[in-house]
Design a binder for this molecule. Structure first.
Ligand SMILES: Cc1ncc(C[n+]2csc(CCOP(=O)(O)OP(=O)(O)O)c2C)c(N)n1
Ligand SMILES: [Mg+2]
Length: 435
């Protein structure tokens, strides 16, 4: 027989352990003098009545919202001043999204021609998220990505030549060819890494945000209002590191934005089959930070949400969790035949291509004409061609570079029974596995 679950039972407070707390009102969690929390024998440090300093006073309670930009957009009329973007902003967003798309399409070609090795995960379809968020950042702000990282690096300003060379494993790559597709890093542009283990980048981003806060509040670096963005997928939100970092970021009010790119799939696992509550944005308030859900196929909506989150972080008001509903237009990686996803689902999102949507908005509002956009398309085609030529002509790293940045003493691992460095053996990189 099915039994109904009693929420009221769950809300009953546990009986307090200490005597003074025994007199508490049964419906409150704190004792009447607010000294004790539940059955703790430790006094809370909060003085009664709790009055936070002005800088910490929250004007609004912590909230979770979906489709936050809808109203704002509907209010717009056709007058230019009411548009979500200026012409220059629109062109910048368009150019960045087209760069991301063209770069990834070229990667697919180069991968199938054998110019790249290992796994390569493309970002097609998700461009509105990278562009909508990262284009608001300053150079000093940081971005942390996943293995689907080429486009985040490009949006943050890492030159296409450097990203392509890294993919080709060449010395001119942003990691001198040592990182490859999943490990884009650039100290100069504060791209703190693509990370192959899912969730691995979230604590790194949390640490970067802690650094900014420490510089500002302890070292008194007045101009340090840097913000960090951590990008990761829906599947990653089931990992413990996600929850641990939400907790720490909220506890310490860190200047960080957790950007979930919910493309509905984690390789071949549907988000709906893997997550007890699929609405990830609702987890923000559980940790004391706002949670926002936004249409991640619409760069203008993403940008509006991102603006608020960035402003909140820069003000010192703490983190925000943003869930962007998006979709990848290709398989999980270039090795994935993409046979699991329903064609109807793919068609649904293909019809919502973020680049076409921005184009439509700009045309409808007379912000640009066809020729202006064509000129950008041409410029980007040339830039991507140039990146490929540059990468192709660049030299491979010398073999001894393999042992650089290895923390452990390479003796044992790196030196063969004949006493010679194993990397000097021309067959050293051939490996044993053939995929
Ligand atoms: C710690 C860890 N466990 C498992 C994997 C294998 N793995 C690679 S990608 C992936 C799915 C991640 O999905 P999601 O976070 O939604 O990102 P998306 O690929 O959709 O961008 C998994 C489980 C991994 N890389 N790291
Ligand atoms: Mg996913």
């Amino acid at each position: 027989m099915a039994t109904s679950f009693s929420a009221t039972k769950l809300l009953q407070p546990l009986p307090p352990l200490n005597s003074s707390a025994r007199s508490t009102d049964k419906n409150t969690l704190l004792s009447k003098d607010s000294s004790f929390f539940l059955g703790s024998t430790h006094k809370l440090s909060l003085k009664k009545p709790f009055s936070p300093p002005h800088s910490q006073r929250r004007s609004k309670p912590v909230f979770a919202v979906s489709e936050v930009v809808k109203d704002k957009k509907l209010k717009n009329d056709s007058s230019l001043s009411n548009l979500l973007i200026t012409k220059e902003e629109g062109l910048e967003l368009y150019e960045d999204m087209v760069l991301g798309r063209a770069f990834e399409d070229m990667c697919a070609q180069m991968y199938y021609r054998g110019k790249m090795f290992g796994f390569v995960h493309l970002y097609n379809g998700q461009e509105a998220v990278s562009t909508g968020f990262i284009k608001l950042l300053k150079k000093e702000d940081s971005v942390v990505s996943t293995y689907r990282d080429h486009v985040h690096a490009l949006s943050k300003g890492v030159p296409a030549r450097q990203v392509m060379s890294e993919l080709f494993g060449k010395t001119t790559g942003c990691c001198r060819g040592q990182g490859g597709s999943m490990h884009m890093f650039s100290k100069e542009h504060n791209v703190l890494g693509g990370f192959a283990f899912i969730g691995e980048g979230i604590p790194v981003a949390t640490g970067a945000a802690f650094t900014s806060k420490y510089k500002r509040e302890v070292l008194k670096e007045a101009d340090c209002d840097h913000v960090t963005m951590a990008f990761f997928g829906d599947g990653t939100c089931n990992n413990g590191q996600f929850f641990e970092c939400l907790n720490m970021a909220a506890l310490w009010k860190l200047p960080i934005i957790f950007v979930v790119e919910n493309n509905l799939w984690a390789i071949g696992m549907s988000h709906l089959r893997a997550t007890s509550d699929p609405e990830i944005w609702k987890k923000g308030p559980a940790f004391g930070m706002p949670g926002v859900h936004v249409d991640g196929m619409d760069v203008l909506k993403v940008r509006e949400v991102a603006k608020e989150a960035v402003a909140r972080a820069r003000r010192g008001d703490g983190p925000t969790l943003v869930e962007c509903e998006t979709y990848r237009f290709r398989g999980h990686s270039l090795a994935d035949p993409d046979e699991l996803r329903d064609p109807a689902e793919k068609n649904h999102y293909a019809a919502r291509d973020p680049i076409s949507a921005l184009k439509k908005y700009m045309f409808e509002n007379n912000l640009v004409n066809e020729a202006e956009l064509k000129a950008i398309d041409k410029k980007i085609d040339e830039l991507v061609e140039d990146a490929v030529e540059f990468a192709d002509e660049s030299p491979h790293p010398v073999r001894s570079q393999l042992l650089e940045n290895v923390f452990a003493d390479p003796r044992g691992f790196g030196i063969g029974p004949d006493g010679r460095y194993r990397c000097e053996d021309p067959k050293f990189t051939e490996g044993t596995a053939h995929v």
